[in-house]
Design a protein around this ligand. Sequence first.
Ligand code: GDD
Ligand code: MN
Length: 359
Amino acid sequence: MDQGYGRFNIGVVIPTYNEYHNLINLLPTLKNLDLDNVFVVDDDSQDGTCDLISRFPDVKFVIRKNQRGLVSAEIEGMRHAENDFLVVMDADFSHDPSTIVNMVEYAIRSSADVVVGSRYVKHGNNGDRFSRKVISYVANKLVNLSFHPAVKDATSGFRVYSKKAYKFLSTEEKIKPGYTGQVDILERLITAGFKCSEYPISFTSRKTGRSKLKIRDLIDFFAFVTFRGNLLKYAIVGASGIIVNELVLYFLHGFHPVLADLVAIELSITTNFFLNDLWTFKNRKKQFGFAKRIALHNVFSMLPGAVNFIFYFSLYLKGFEYLDANLLGIAAAYVVRYILSSSIVWGEKKSKVKSAEGE
Ligand code: GDD
Ligand code: MN
């Protein structure tokens, strides 16, 4: 290796589906980088991709019949690799090949198991079309809220994995096969204790051809974030609070109707706290101690009522039907409350994921 990787051996995995016109330019570019292995995992494209096999004898093509999926193709590539570091990137020039060297060097320097090429750290940039920018931004905000807030670009498909990390992934079962798998992979690595860092990248719109992202992938993503992350658990805990509140009020109102309601409110806030602390956000490396968490939770529990009221009242004035206005108020209050809980009360220590942004 004469690219400054020292004694390290580098491989690249490129998942492809109908990328002939991009791949024919990308493969020579990668050849100039003098990497040790290039793997193309193709899902039986019908655009002539197979013709490239004979033109690029140094490239290892893995052709999958009857199987589709961006991330499952990446994992397939990992099963074939024996390199010290494995870079995974798109075929369509959205990921700049000249960044590979920097990302690998950063992986070595920071002894990270996964370096995520990130559009959302300082010096990173998302130069995609407007609609895709919005989708990616919202998707990442949802991930940050529902999973580990410390990774800023968890959906990025441009990454470097250490051998330990990609060997681990190649034996993991039931990783989501499509785009959602990018988040699934990161969750598994972080939960298993692998060291993760981010490196700024400049993402550009694809050179030619079309994105393979479908509405179906967005639904799959949304379901994953809701059900596997914290959002559903948080909603269940919220609903349990209503039951606690009603039950306490039912048993105590005979003693004193006003005091009973105050006790019911405080008890439901408290059970809500413990359920979130011990269940919803159990795996978070919390930034605050117990006393501060419970105090903040109590303070923030007052706020949703106000949000609900402001929404209700202003929508009502705008002519909304009062029950609709109230429902929207409740939804807005839920969102505000979740954001406060996830990012402050049970927020994570910032140091968990390092980034090269300061470099
Ligand atoms: N083998 C295989 N099978 N490859 C696939 C499949 C598949 O089913 N679907 C997509 N690919 C390949 C494409 O050919 C391309 O090389 C790469 O995976 C990325 O696919 P695109 O269709 O270009 O994805 P995108 O541009 O919409 O999304 C990119 O950016 C997202 C973040 O905004 C990807 O990098 C995503 O992983 C990333 O989440
Ligand atoms: Mn693309």
